[in-house]
Structure formats: structure tokens, C-alpha cells
Write a protein that binds this ligand. Structure first.
Ligand code: PLP
Length: 393
């Protein structure tokens, strides 16, 4: 029997595309010669003391389920960390939910909030999962552009122009994947006022918030007037603590929203893996120094990359955060897809075409500099050589 997608698959799943990043990386599989600046994850293994905590936990036989919300000891650590780092206080017993990465938290939040046809505003270029996660929760994704002319920072006026009576929520991500953009406090305040005025819930994905450069500041929107009661603050361990494979993150939100998200989580996931929760507890208790060292390395690599691009005449705005650069390749006259494919074929370097993150990203390339420094240097040689060939054929 042959299955008919129209009959046998849900309308929601038929609507969403495969991730442009994954499609591109299928081309790389099996090619050992390729240097990849593609995948958005640290090249470091998780720090040893974190791995050791996980190993000891397994050795003690800690292999059970935990509470649906997650280990109380981890929620208490998160509560203190979020208060110290961001200035918000959440009750570990009722306002914090441990999830399988920020990815799960995004899905839970949209499923908990949306009714069919509710609109959600997101800024693009952005992390590839926002648009499909809204669609899968029966919402309508409404994209607004964060433009290169504004160094990819979002303007409150842009958000305002997209609000309709059907708008229920807004998702923000600063510092941003894929551009590394940060947002000025003034614009964030404008957005917060709009959220209050139009009674919107804000999902604030702050997974890169510790990874900032050149003195860039970070304010969580949850700290602005009237916002704590309408913000779902999302954070995790994948990036700053180099723990992608542990699949662990969390949300902090008012009790009513946390309870709603927890109900979905308890039926779909039950709880996050206990080993990962123990490892995350160790990261918060003793991980500051190792994380600072990795951050220092990213800073050096970022500066190296910007210097090399500048020398080669490749326009690239200085990212204030995360671990991505988003160089502008428009002067070559090529599309992002064309540039990325030929770069891969001719120079064996993999970067993600900017339009994988939304149409505003066309003409740009995402380069992740959380890659081994020697490999990064070689990749930069090759990118600069390729760019100068394309600009002066
Ligand atoms: N949010 C953003 C902005 C990301 O870039 C990523 C991963 O690349 C995630 C969330 C997913 O993180 P996690 O590994 O915690 O699921």
C-alpha cells in the first residue's frame, strides 16, 4: 500500500518544511575534507566536572523518573541563578519547569497558549524552529524583519505594525541566532509597552544571554514594568555550558502558565532525564569558571573572524552576542544558497545560507565560530579566497 500524505498525514505537518540547515548538511555527510562552521553548537565537550557529576549519578543508581517539574534541587539552583543573573525571582515550586532543552519549552509554550488561528509575531532572520512550532500548535506565524540596515536589531515600531486583534503572543530571541544581534533597552521597553497595551504573552528565548561581546548589555524583558506576569522566560544549558547532548533547558513563568506547560510535558515527556538534571545542577553550582573560559575563547575567535573579513573586504556587522557571524555576500551577486553550495564544492567549507533563517537572511551566510580555532583559521582563508574570486571573476 502506498501512503498518501494528504490522507495519512496531518494538515499541520504537511504545512511545515524540513529545516534548511538539515537539508544543507545532508550534502556534507560522508565528506571528511569539509570544515564545518555550520552547526550551532560548541566545539567543546561539556566541562569534565559536569560529565563526572553525571557519571557519579549513574554510579549511585539514579536512573528513575523525577517530578514532572524536574528535581526541586535543580529548580532551586535555577531560581537563585535567574535572580542573580537577570534580576527576576521565580518560585521553584510553582514557576519553574525543567524541559528537554529550550526546544521542548518553545513547543510547550505555544501549545499551552494558542487556539487555532491565533497569531504569533516573531522576528526573522531567526532560529529555524519558531515558525514551524507556531504552525504545529495551530497558530499563525507572523514574521517581522530585523533588517541589515539596523544591524538586525528589532524595532518596536516594526512589531507594532504587525499587531492585529488576533495577535496573542510574541517571541523574542536576543542575542539572536543567526545574526548575533542584541537589542537596545529603549526598543525592548517599547516592545514591553506594546505587549501590555495589547495584552500579549511574550516568549523570551534568552539561551545566548551570557555570550556577549564588546560590553553589549542584556536586559530580560521580564524585568520591565508589567512584564513578569506575561513573560515566559526560556533558558538552557546547551550553549553557555556546552551541554547540547544532555538536552536540558527550562522555562520560568507565572504559575498558571507553568502549570499549563507542565500538563503537556507530563503527558508527552513525563520529565527531563534525571542524569541531565544532575549534570545541569552541577553546571549551575560549579560551572561558572569553565563557562567563562569558553566564552573567552569565543571572544578571541569572533575578533579573529571580524578582522579577517574586514581585511578581505567582506562586510560583516560586529555581533554583540551568541557565537555566530552573519557576513554580507550580496556584492557577489549570488544568492545565499548559491554561495553556500559553491563554497562547499570549491573550498570544502560548510556555512549555512542566510535564507534558511527567513527571507531577510538572503544575501548573508551564517558562520558559527564555536569551532576549533585552527580549523576556523583555515576556513576563513578559504572563505576569503572564495569571496574575492566571486567578486572579481
Ligand atoms: N533557541 C535558540 C535561539 C537556539 O539557537 C537553539 C539551538 O540552536 C535553541 C533554542 C535550542 O536549544 P536546546 O538545545 O536547549 O533545545
Amino acid at each position: 500500500m502506498s501512503l498518501d500524505p494528504k490522507r495519512h498525514l496531518s494538515r499541520q505537518i504537511q504545512q511545515i518544511p524540513r529545516s534548511g540547515i538539515r537539508d544543507f548538511f545532508e550534502l556534507v555527510i560522508g565528506r571528511d575534507d569539509v570544515i564545518s562552521l555550520g552547526v550551532g553548537e560548541p566545539d567543546f565537550s561539556s566541562p569534565w566536572h559536569i560529565r563526572e557529576a553525571a557519571i557519579y549519578s549513574l554510579e549511585r543508581g539514579e536512573t528513575s523518573y523525577t517530578s514532572n517539574l524536574g528535581l526541586l534541587s535543580l529548580r532551586q539552583e535555577i531560581s537563585s541563578y535567574v535572580e542573580r543573573q537577570f534580576g527576576m525571582r521565580y518560585d521553584p515550586k510553582s514557576e519553574i519547569l525543567i524541559t528537554v532543552g529550550v526546544s521542548e519549552a518553545i513547543d510547550l509554550a505555544f501549545r499551552a497558549l494558542l487556539n487555532p488561528g491565533d497569531e504569533v509575531i516573531y522576528h526573522e532572520p531567526c532560529y529555524v524552529s519558531y515558525n514551524p512550532s507556531i504552525t504545529l500548535a495551530y497558530g499563525l506565524p507572523v514574521a517581522v524583519s530585523a533588517t541589515p540596515e539596523d544591524d538586525f536589531a528589532l524595532r518596536a515600531s516594526t512589531v507594532e505594525s504587525a499587531i492585529t486583534p488576533k495577535t496573542r503572543a510574541l517571541i523574542l530571541n536576543f542575542p539572536t541566532n543567526p545574526t548575533g544581534a542584541v537589542i537596545e533597552r529603549r526598543e525592548l521597553e517599547g516592545i514591553a509597552e506594546l505587549a501590555v497595551q495589547h495584552d500579549l504573552i511574550v516568549l523570551s528565548d534568552e539561551i545566548y544571554s551570557e555570550l556577549r561581546y564588546d560590553g553589549a548589555e542584556h536586559t530580560s524583558i521580564a524585568t520591565l514594568p508589567g512584564m513578569k506576569d506575561r513573560t515566559i522566560f526560556l533558558h538552557g544549558f546547551s550553549k553557555y555550558h556546552a551541554m547540547t547532548g544532555f538536552r536540558i533547558g527550562y522555562s520560568c513563568a507565572p504559575g498558571i502558565l507553568t502549570e499549563a506547560m507542565m500538563k503537556i510535558h507530563q503527558y508527552s515527556m513525563l520529565c527531563a532525564p534525571i542524569t541531565s538534571q544532575v549534570a545541569a545542577t552541577e553546571a549551575l553550582r560549579n560551572g561558572a569558571q569553565a563557562a567563562r573560559q569558553m566564552h573567552q575563547t569565543y571572544t578571541t575567535r569572533r575578533n579573529l573572524l571580524l578582522t579577517r573579513f574586514r581585511k578581505a573586504g567582506i562586510p560583516c556587522f560586529a555581533p554583540g552576542g551568541a557565537f555566530y557571524a552573519f557576513p554580507d555576500i550580496r556584492a557577489t551577486g549570488m544568492t545565499s544558497q548559491g554561495f553556500a553550495r559553491e563554497l562547499l564544492e570549491e573550498e570544502a567549507v560548510a556555512c549555512v545560507p542566510g535564507d534558511a533563517f527567513g527571507p531577510t537572511g538572503d544575501g548573508f551566510l551564517r558562520c558559527c565560530y564555536a569551532a576549533n580555532t585552527e580549523a576556523l583559521k583555515e576556513a576563513l582563508d578559504r572563505i576569503c579566497r572564495f569571496y574575492s574570486k566571486k567578486i572579481r571573476p
